[in-house]
Each structure stands twice: as structure tokens, then as C-alpha cells.
Design a protein around this ligand. Structure first.
Ligand SMILES: Nc1ncnc2c1ncn2[C@@H]1O[C@H](COP(=O)(O)OP(=O)(O)OP(=O)(O)O)[C@@H](O)[C@H]1O
Ligand SMILES: [Zn+2]
Length: 555
């Protein structure tokens, strides 16, 4: 059953409603009557939490897909769990725009007033506003350090309280909310009937509600909380108070995008009740059958062994800052890429080391292939046809994987296969260093590998430290001179083998200390991130970010 109709000012295709999932209550509205949007078909099939299946991702416009991302509650340093969620969605955003030609307008709400903020501010004897500003800035710095693209706009809750009040007023006017004698306002869940529960499918029960609550029904949730002593508050038609959590995101998203939203994202813990309630609020406010079209949820970062979500309250977290002291953002990103954004992942040293060595292997291949192109790496013929064919197959496999719910695991595997194959060819060629060379195909492989990593935000080139403004270019020339001098010394020492008989042995003995000094210099410079590679007839060097390198020194 498919027919078109107008809703919320746009054209929709109404799909036949699906029955309840086995083991799920039929009381909720989960997945029922999802309306497939019309617009720009990105070519991606995305797992939509609203339908629990992969749906074609169709956004309103290719040049302005609307995406609302729940932002952080800013009361402490962000940890790797947060990093994991935002990096994974950053990867998806980059893929959407760079592979599937879809420009994203992303808005992120910053929760800068909340119980946790107030509690922490009281503990630290600072104002909630200044604490929130401090950690908001801190969060932004962490995201920048992780190379997460900033949203098109951040919107703070505290700067949109009048709009939140207006939103609540309309909900009351539409018969979906009520004010109590205590000055609280609640969303009236009963007013939604069986339309509540699109995401999770089960209406919330009375568990854990305080007996002295002034709600009509235990499942109703707060839109406006009456002011308590020592807490920040704003004036409203219902008295002084502050907004509830869910209403913030509904208001901010609606302010920017109106009654239709293409994509909504957050960690899986936000699906219920947060996103479920956002949907109820927005659809009641806009009086439309479907506000958000696609809900994307990222899996949690767990602490290995315990199976627990990394979280501040469980005190089992590693802050982003601490982590980045010893590991590069590229390694972390590759760690994220090697699992589906939807699945839970364990934070473990082993998995990070694997990501680190894959990155290192890729970079080493790119380096060697470049040296081959420059003629610094001896190499004979390459099986060009095989490599061209592999390259074409890899590109197609990457595209297909990314179109299948952003399957980065398959895409990375395909690229790594190409790297391994390219490496094997390079090695085989260097064992037989005569004959025609094949720089074009190896150049194409390098460009393609670099392009893939660049697309998903892993920059192989940034392993190389770019000199900062204060770092004199002369330092580079100096290292260049030093490496050239070392090469001369090394070649002089090695040339001793050409002398005849006893004289040769004598010379070798005499010059051995020179070779040792060259090796020692290579090791010593490695400590400073300067990596020298001795190749036949030449030496190359690069300045590496030590956080990407193996923790144990390479020989
Ligand atoms: N361990 C984790 N793994 C993946 N995502 C996480 C994890 N912890 C939080 N997130 C996600 O980070 C985003 C911001 O979360 P928020 O600021 O609400 O933190 P939080 O859930 O209160 O963190 P905590 O549980 O540590 O207090 C949300 O999308 C949330 O789902
Ligand atoms: Zn939210």
C-alpha cells in the first residue's frame, strides 16, 4: 500500500504499517506508518531506528540536508565515550557530503542548564553559567583536537528560553500539555494516544516516579520545572523556572529547521526517553504525522571486561585530553572506523594498537610507493594490469560498502587489501630491480588510498608534523643537511667492503664505528620524531607525530 499525500508542508509517500516486532508490546506506535520522504535520494541505505530496518536515505535537498545532533551536557571534561559518538557521526557526515554529494546543515544543541550542571557548580562554588561556559569551550577544543567538523551552528539552551516558553505555550494550546499548581508544566502523554512510542514501542511505565508528584499520569514528563531555591531560573507564564531536558532539543531543532527534519542523531541511550519525547513534542507542536525522518543511534563505548558504558557517573572514563597525550586522533578515528557506528565497542589497548599498526603500515606503504615514484626505491616491473584491476575493484567495493549503512569496516578492509597487494608488488619488484618501472599505477593507488583516508578524516600526511608559525623553516634545512651528511658518512663506511683481502678487513674494522655512529644518530633522531630510512643509494627522512608511532622504538 503506497500513496502520496501532503503533510507538514511536504510531499510524502505513506508506507503500509508494519506489525509489532516479536516480543514487543503492540501498545506503542514504533515503526508504524513511517512516511518515506521525497527529495534527494542520497543512494545510501541507512538503518533507521524508527523502522528498525535499512531505508533509502532521502533528504529534502542535496544542498541542505537538515541534521540535528544532541549535544553535550557541559558539566565536566568530555570522555572517550563522547568522542566515540561524535567521531562516528562526523565520519558519516563526511561520507554523506564527500562521497554522496549531500551538503549537511548540522545544528547541535548545548545543554548548558541542567541538574548535573547546578550540582557541580555548587560543589565548585562557581555559578552554573560560568561552569557551563568553561566546559562548553573545553568540549569544542576536544572536538577540534579529534578533527570533528564543527556543526554549522551550536545553539545554547540558555539563549533560547523565550522560544522554549513559546513552544510550551503552543503545546498547552494544542491540548498536549498542562500546568500544575506548583508551577510545573508536563507533557500529557495520554493526549498522544497510540502515536507515542515510535522509536521504542513501549509506553513508559510508572516505575520510579515520586509519589508526591503533581503529574496527572506517572508517565508524563516535565517541560518546565518550577524554580527551586539556589537554582537559575527564567520568568514564564507559569512562574519562575527552567526548561526540562527534552523540550530544549525540540525547540532548537524546530527553530532552525521548522516542521521537518531529515536526520536526528545521538547515542543509543538517548533513544528513550529523550528522542521518543522529542518526537511527541514536535509532532504535537507542528501538528504533523512525522517530524524527523531518520533517527541514527551510535553504539556505546564500553570498558573492556566490565561490559559497562564508559560514563562519568560510573567513574570508568578516560578524558579525551588524557587520551590524546599519548595517542593521535587519527589512530582513534581508525579505531572507530573498524566497527559499525551502531555497534558497541570495547575500549582496549589491543584494539588501539591494531589501529595504530594499520595506520603505520598504510603510511609506510605510501612512503615507499612515493620513494619508488621518485626513483629512490629500486624497483623493477610491476604487474600493472593486476594492480589497475585491483584498484578499480577496491573503489567499487568502498562505494558499495559506504552506501550500505556507512559500512566503514568493509570499506577499510577493502582499502587495506589494496595496500597489502601494492606492498607485495613493491617488494617483488625491488627483488628484481631491472626493467621498466610503473610509476603511474602506483601513483594512482597512493592517490586513491590517501583520498579514502582523507574522506573519512584520517590524514596520513598529518602524521607528519607541520611546522607551527614559531617553528623556523631553517630547522628543516638543518635536518636535511644532517641527513645528507650522515648518508655520505654511511656510504664511506660501507665502501670499505670493496678493498682487497687483509686491507679490506682492516678498513672494515676501522670504519665500523662510523656505521655504528650512523645507526645511533638514526635512533637518537627517532626520539624527536625524525624518522630516517636508508634506501639503496639514498636516505629519506620525515618528521612524524610520535603519537601515531609504535610505542616501542623500531630498530
Ligand atoms: N560511553 C559512551 N559511548 C558512546 N556514546 C556515549 C557514551 N557516553 C555518552 N555518549 C553520548 O555522548 C553524547 C553526549 O552525552 P551527554 O553529554 O548527555 O553525556 P552523558 O550521557 O551524560 O555522559 P555520562 O554518562 O558520562 O554522564 C550523547 O549522544 C551520548 O549518547
Ligand atoms: Zn537532544
Amino acid at each position: 500500500m503506497l500513496w502520496t499525500r501532503r503533510a507538514c508542508g511536504g510531499a510524502w509517500l505513506l508506507r503500509a504499517a508494519r506489525g509489532p516486532e516479536p516480543g514487543r508490546s503492540a501498545s506503542g506506535a514504533r515503526g508504524q506508518g513511517w512516511l518515506q520522504p521525497t527529495g534527494y535520494d542520497t543512494g545510501v541505505k541507512v538503518y533507521n531506528s524508527l523502522t528498525r530496518r535499512k531505508d533509502p536515505l532521502i533528504v529534502s535537498r542535496a544542498d541542505a540536508a537538515s541534521w540535528y545532533s544532541c549535544g553535550p551536557t557541559v558539566y565536566d571534561h568530555a570522555h572517550l565515550g563522547h568522542a566515540c559518538s561524535y567521531v562516528r557521526f562526523d565520519i558519516i557526515r563526511r561520507i554523506l557530503s564527500r562521497v554522496f554529494g549531500c551538503t549537511v546543515v548540522m545544528v547541535m544543541g548545548i545543554t548548558d542548564v541542567d541538574d548535573k550542571i547546578i550540582r557541580r557548580a555548587n560543589e565548585m562554588s562557581v555559578s552554573p553559567a560560568s561552569l557551563a561556559r568553561l566546559y562548553e569551550e573545553d568540549f569544542k577544543q576536544d572536538m577540534a583536537a579529534l578533527k570533528v567538523l564543527p556543526p554549522t551552528a551550536y545553539l545554547r539552551v540558555t539563549e533560547h528560553v523565550p522560544q522554549i516558553v513559546a513552544f510550551i505555550e503552543r503545546l498547552i494550546a494544542n491540548g498536549h500539555a498542562y500546568c500544575t499548581a506548583k508551577g510545573n508544566v508536563y507533557f500529557d502523554l495520554q493526549s498522544r494516544g497510540d502515536r507515542y512510542g515510535k522509536l521504542v514501542g513501549v509506553a513508559p511505565g510508572p516505575v520510579g516516579e515520586p509519589v508526591d508528584s503533581d503529574k496527572r499520569h506517572t508517565s508524563d514528563f516535565a517541560l518546565w520545572k518550577a524554580a527551586k531555591p539556589q537554582e537559575p531560573f527564567w520568568g514564564s507564564p507559569w512562574g519562575d523556572g527552567r526548561p526540562g531536558w527534552h523540550i530544549e532539543c525540540s525547540t532548537i531543532a524546530s527553530l532552525v529547521f521548522g516542521s521537518q527534519l531529515d536526520i536526528h542523531s545521538g547515542g543509543v541511550d538517548l533513544a528513550f526517553p529523550h528522542h521518543e519525547n522529542e518526537i511527541a513534542q514536535c509532532e504535537a507542536f507542528h501538528q504533523c504525522p512525522q517530524w524527523g525522518n531518520y533517527f541514527l543511534h551510535s553504539g556505546h563505548l564500553h570498558v573492556k571486561g566490565g561490559g559497562e558504558k564508559m560514563s562519568k557517573s560510573l567513574k570508568n572514563y578516560v578524558t579525551i585530553k588524557d587520551f590524546l597525550r599519548s595517542t593521535s586522533p587519527d589512530v582513534f578515528r581508525l579505531f572507530c572506523l573498524r566497527s559499525s557506528y551502531r555497534s558497541a565497542i570495547d575500549y582496549s589497548e589491543g584494539a588501539l594498537l591494531e589501529a595504530r599498526s594499520l595506520l603505520r603500515a598504510t603510511a609506510a606503504f605510501v612512503e615507499d610507493a612515493r620513494a619508488y615514484l621518485r626513483g629512490q626505491l629500486a624497483g623493477g616491473p610491476i604487474q600493472e594490469d593486476v594492480l589497475w584491476e585491483r584498484l578499480g575493484r577496491t573503489k567499487a567495493a568502498v562505494q558499495a560498502a559506504l552506501a550500505d549503512d556507512f559500512d566503514t569496516v568493509r570499506a577499510v578492509d577493502a582499502v587495506m587489501d589494496l595496500v597489502h597487494h601494492g606492498n607485495r608488488q613493491l617488494k617483488a619488484a625491488s627483488e628484481e630491480p631491472r626493467g621498466p618501472r610503473s610509476p603511474a599505477v602506483l601513483g594512482a593507488v597512493v592517490a586513491s588510498v590517501e583520498h579514502f583516508f582523507e574522506t573519512v578524516g584520517v590524514s596520513l600526511a598529518e602524521r607528519q608534523c607541520v611546522p607551527g608559525a614559531g617553528s623556523p623553516a631553517a630547522l628543516y634545512s638543518l635536518v636535511e643537511e644532517l641527513v645528507r651528511f650522515r648518508l655520505k658518512v654511511r656510504q664511506f663506511a660501507l665502501a670499505s667492503g670493496e678493498a682487497p683481502g687483509e686491507a679490506r678487513r682492516q678498513r672494515l674494522l676501522e670504519r665500523q664505528p662510523l656505521l655504528e655512529a650512523c645507526d645511533a644518530l638514526r635512533r637518537d633522531l627517532a626520539v624527536h620524531g625524525i624518522s630516517i630510512k636508508d634506501r639503496s643509494g639514498s636516505s629519506t627522512w620525515e618528521l612524524l607525530d610520535p603519537r601515531t608511532e609504535d610505542p616501542k622504538p623500531r630498530s
